[in-house]
Write a protein that binds this ligand. Structure first.
Ligand code: IPE
Ligand code: IPE
Ligand code: MG
Length: 244
């Protein structure tokens, strides 16, 4: 039995929430623990957040798990993160499926280990018919690289005569993104007090409401999510038009 949704008028509920899950390292440092412990707790926060979003009736949740720039970190931290990802993918697929959640990975798979790609394929396949929520996990994701790839594909299509340059518009460019079949985020949350996008969904977040919260990601919970949704609900989105 699903819990009743939080008391927020459905019309004010964001359809798509995107989250930059930041602050695992600082969370661990504060406790004199290794960074890996912060990442482990971060994975727990992912489970909590997926469940909370599902219960609240959020249709799309997109989380930034590993950026294309995170390869710059020391090899042992990258190994820890990839190890946690393997554990998450092995453990959570069944639970996601039971919750009727569809899993998708966005990002450049070419940079990922073969066994991880296989786990991703299995997870996406096992959950492909689920309808309650789409969970997109951004892995080896960089927004600028995504845009470059889209431009390259469009340029090739134009060059070989399959596309007219006059047909290029916003919709068409959106259709060349990893996110082509999901709506743009309504609400983008970043934890840990940093106020930047760090190359996440730059194109897609053109009109997202941005909420920066001070808590570190491992401390993020249902209450923090509900507070962010409340703040979102109190904002007036104008999309360039005039307020009433
Ligand atoms: C977010 O936490 C997790 C990833 C970027 C993979 P960080 O590891 O960036 O934590 P801080 O920002 O150093 O505290
Ligand atoms: C953004 O966090 C990437 C993820 C949350 C996966 P970072 O910690 O990598 O971002 P910067 O380096 O502080 O901008
Ligand atoms: Mg960080």
């Amino acid at each position: 039995m699903l819990e009743a949704p939080v008391d927020i008028a459905d019309t004010k509920l964001p359809r798509h929430i995107a989250i930059i899950m930041d602050g695992n390292g600082r969370w661990a440092k504060q406790r004199h623990l290794p960074r890996a412990a912060g990442h482990r707790e971060g994975a727990e926060a992912v489970r909590r957040t997926v469940t909370a979003c599902r219960e609240m009736g959020i249709q799309y949740l997109t989380i930034y798990a590993f950026s294309s720039e995170n390869w710059k970190r020391p090899a042992d931290e990258v190994d820890d993160l990839m190890g946690l990802l393997r554990i998450y993918l092995r453990r959570e697929i069944k639970e996601l499926d039971e919750k009727n959640v569809r899993l998708r990975i966005i990002g450049d798979r070419r940079g990922l280990a073969e066994d991880i790609c296989q786990l991703i394929d299995e997870g996406e396949n096992a959950t492909k018919d689920n309808t309650a929520m789409v969970l997109s996990v951004a892995l080896n994701y960089g927004s600028q690289a995504e845009i470059v790839e889209a431009v390259r594909r469009i340029a090739k299509a134009v060059k070989c005569g399959d596309m007219d340059p006059d047909d290029i518009d916003e919709k068409m460019i959106s259709n060349h993104m990893y996110t082509k079949d999901i709506p743009d985020p309504d609400l983008l949350i970043r934890t840990s007090g940093e106020q930047r996008l760090s190359n996440f969904l730059l194109w897609q977040s053109a009109y997202a409401e941005l909420i920066f919260i001070d808590e570190y990601w491992p401390d993020f919970d249902k209450k923090a999510l509900a507070t962010a949704i409340d703040t979102y609900a109190s904002r007036e989105r104008r999309f360039g038009a005039r307020e009433n």
